[in-house]
Each structure stands twice: as C-alpha cells, then as structure tokens.
Ligand binder design. Structure first.
Ligand code: S3P
Length: 440
C-alpha cells in the first residue's frame, strides 16, 4: 500500500497541464466504438477508470490502439459490438459501469458488468429501473440495486423519463440506450447536470434536441456516424481543482493551469471559490471537441466561509472534498446543504472528509445532506491546519484533497493508501512536486 508524505512550507509556483477530462474520455471512447471507421482521441485521461473503459470495448470486440498521448479506436458501427466471453470489470468507475449498462441494454448479446468493492456498494437501481422501463433485461444483487449486473440484450422501446435527481450518469445511460430503442426517448432533469454526452453526440453528428430541461433522441435512426479525426480532450477541471485550491490557500503561490475545460455545467468550483474571495483569472478562451476551454491563473488569497446550497451542487459535485479543504482554512463558517449525493460517491465524502479534516484540527458537524465547517482562518503559527496521519478511504479525490490540505498545514502530513489516485490523476505527485520546486 503506498502513502504520500507532504512537507509544507513552500509556495506552489509555475505552469501545468492536467489529465484529459475523465467524463469526456469515457464518452469519446464509447462514441468512437459505435462510429463507422477510425477515430483518434488525443490528450485523453490515462487514469485507471478510463483505461477500464478501453479494456471493456476491447472485450466487446473493438480494436483500440493505445499510446500515452492518443487512442486510436477502430469503430464497429452502431450494431457491431460482440458478446464478451468474460465479465467486464469497470474497476472504480461509476461512470463506466452505468453508461455501459445503458449502451449494452439494447444489444443482442449477454454481458456481466462488475467493478471494485466501492462500485459494488454504489446504487445501480437509478439506471436499472428506467432501463427496465425501456424493456431491458437486467439482473443484479438486491433486485438490480447493486453490481454485478447481468445484462441480457433486449429490444428496447423509447420512454419519457423524468430523472428524480440531477445525474449525468443516469441521463447518459438513457441516451446511450436510446440510440438502440424504437421511437424517440425524452429525458428531463430537475437541474442541469454536466452535458458532455449531449455535446459529444452533436460533435459526432448524432442529432439531439433540447427543449428546456428535456432532451429528445430518436433511436434506431438510419443515420450512421463516422469516426472523428483528432478529438482533443480538454483538461479536467476536477483535476485542476486540487491545484486551484492549493495555489489559493498556500501563501505566495502563483499557478497557471493551461487548457482546462470550463464547461458551465462544471465550473461551480470557480464560482464558489470566487465567492469565497479567491483570485482566479480566466484567459485564452477557446473550443475543443465542442467544449469550452481556457487557461486559469490562480494567486494566493484569503478566503471567507460561505453557504453552499442545493442550487450549487450539480455543477460542483466532484469538487466537495477539495472545497472542504478551502472551507477549513477560510475565515468563518461554511455551510453545505442539499449534497446528500456525496454519500454515494467513491466513498461517503461527507463522512470521510469530516473524519480526516478533524484529524487536522478542523471542527466539522455532519448533517445528512451536508456539513458545517468552522474555518480556522489563515494559518498563524500552530493555530491553522495541523499535520496528521490521514487515510484516503480508497477515494482518489479524498487522497488528493488531503495532500493539498497538508501543503497548508504547519507540520508534515502522511496520507495512507494513495494508489487510488491512479484512477483519475496519474502523476499527481510529480506535478505537485514540480510546482513546489519551480522558481519564477
Ligand atoms: C459523472 C457524473 C457525476 C460525477 C462523476 C462523473 C459523469 O455523477 O460525480 O464523477 O461522467 O457522468 P452523477 O451522475 O452520479 O452525479
């Protein structure tokens, strides 16, 4: 089991790029596999989650040539996938397993989908129930609430579905299933979640109609789409978030992150940090693969506590572990509510972050749908964050958030069980060390 030791006391300085967006990488692989002909996906996320999606499609008969800087996917067309001869292991990836459940529900073969201990604890009923309404035959533990899931390909029919909660994974699973269903599927969300699926469908030329909160997609259309040449995946804002908060809370820091996705359905972290007093400049706005991209420059700033409510959650959903760290060093109280979804992520992120930040001297009250964090204020001698021996709970974002907290502490911090960082951010430690040694 690996661990990370963080020695605080130096600013973060310099320029970095972050791995390609994990959500976009999963979807780009899936759409390329269903396209006619070859696609090249550049700057993709080489985290274990996405590599598991590569392996899944290889098991489904798709040739994918993998090199460190690009994937070459030899698409099989909409109906070209083949039955895998063994269960597909999605590892730690909730996105991988849920989107695949949708994509495979309408095939004419049988697949078993599984994942690691964390994925096998996470709720699958939210995709299984609407897919069954479409005619899917899916079995699983606890009546289909938990993986492994056994998907017997069936003839699907379109449905109109109102999502009970904003979830890009549920929305996307249904849109992938809708490609294979008879009729026009309509999906409505209570609040807009990340819209990478919609953008990438359009980028590949798949017509999709949005009216208000409802997306409509006609299935089994005679339309076939071709592979795309050199799709460049934008940098992952959720990975950049660790260094955005790090540069904000470690005094005298000045960091530029280049080529980061700034899709408005993901930029909650930037808005919330700005409300807290952060100094973030956005420049060089451009577009890649139908997604807005920009460079971000972050300088240290004093933060103040704020209220974060249900309206802030969908566009910030993966950034709460690192936001807890920002709140811990802010002046005053931060109140997070309406965030019960955090309890069913890679770990229960309300409990794990409260437990670990308490070890560093932060007072936190847990609520069923959020938490109240008493900010310590800027560090003065030993009144700020204290170094501690912390645990990742097998959650990559918890591990990286605690590493950043360690940089702002007054003594060293050890984080145990950090191999999980590989799921989304290979080279996280190297990038952090480079910023700590860079001279400007
Ligand atoms: C994701 C959607 C979000 C997010 C996850 C990635 C996606 O999950 O937390 O890390 O790629 O669609 P939910 O759909 O469960 O909110």
């Amino acid at each position: 089991m690996s661990s990370l030791t963080i020695i605080p006391g130096r600013p973060l300085k310099g320029t970095l790029s972050v791995p390609g967006d994990k959500s976009i990488t999963h979807r780009a692989i899936m759409l390329s596999a269903l396209a006619e002909g070859e696609s090249t996906i550049k700057a993709y996320c080489r985290g274990e989650d996405c590599l598991n999606t590569v392996r899944a499609f290889q098991a489904l008969g798709v040739r994918i040539d993998e090199s460190p800087d690009q994937l070459r996917v030899h698409g099989k067309g909409l109906w070209g996938l083949a039955e895998p001869d063994r269960p597909i292991d999605c590892g730690n990836s909730g996105t991988g397993i849920r989107l695949l459940a949708g994509l495979l529900a309408g095939q004419d073969f049988f697949t078993v989908l599984t994942g690691d201990e964390s994925v096998r604890r996470r709720p699958m009923g939210r995709v299984v129930r609407p897919l069954r309404e479409m005619g899917a035959t899916i079995a699983g533990r606890k009546g289909g609430e938990l993986a492994p899931l056994a998907v017997t390909g069936s003839r699907l029919k379109a449905i109109e579905y109102q999502l009970p909660l904003p979830s890009a994974q549920v929305k996307s699973a249904l849109l992938f299933a809708a490609l294979f269903a008879e009729g026009t599927t309509r999906v409505t969300e209570p609040r807009l979640s990340r819209d990478h699926t919609e953008r990438l469908f359009r980028y590949f030329g798949i017509p999709l109609d949005r009216k208000g909160a409802t997306i409509a997609l006609e299935g089994r259309s005679p339309l076939r789409w071709s592979g795309v040449n050199a799709l460049v995946v934008p940098g992952d804002l959720s990975a950049a978030a660790f260094f955005i908060v790090g540069a904000t809370i470690v005094p005298d820091s000045d960091v530029t992150v280049v080529g980061v996705g700034v899709n408005p359905t993901r930029t909650g972290i930037l808005e919330i940090l700005s409300r807290m007093g952060a100094d973030i400049q956005i420049s060089n706005r451009r577009e890649e693969a139908g997604e807005p991209v920009a460079d971000l420059r972050i300088k240290s700033a004093a933060l103040r506590g704020i209220r974060i409510g249900p309206e802030d959650i969908p566009q910030t959903i993966d950034e709460f572990p690192i936001l807890c760290v920002a709140a811990a060093v802010a002046q005053g109280e931060t109140i997070i509510s309406g965030a019960e979804e955090l309890r069913v992520k890679e770990s229960d992120r309300i409990t794990t972050m409260a437990m670990e930040l308490r070890k560093m001297g932060v007072q936190i009250t847990e609520n069923p749908d959020g938490m109240v964090i008493q900010g310590l204020g800027p560090s003065h001698g030993n009144q700020g964050l204290q170094g501690a021996v912390c645990a990742s709970h097998g959650d990559h974002r918890v591990a990286m958030s605690l590493a950043i907290a360690g940089l702002a502490a007054c003594s060293p911090t050890v984080i145990r069980d950090t191999e999980c960082i590989e799921t989304s951010f290979p080279n996280f430690e190297r990038k952090m060390l480079e910023l700590l040694t860079e001279r400007c």
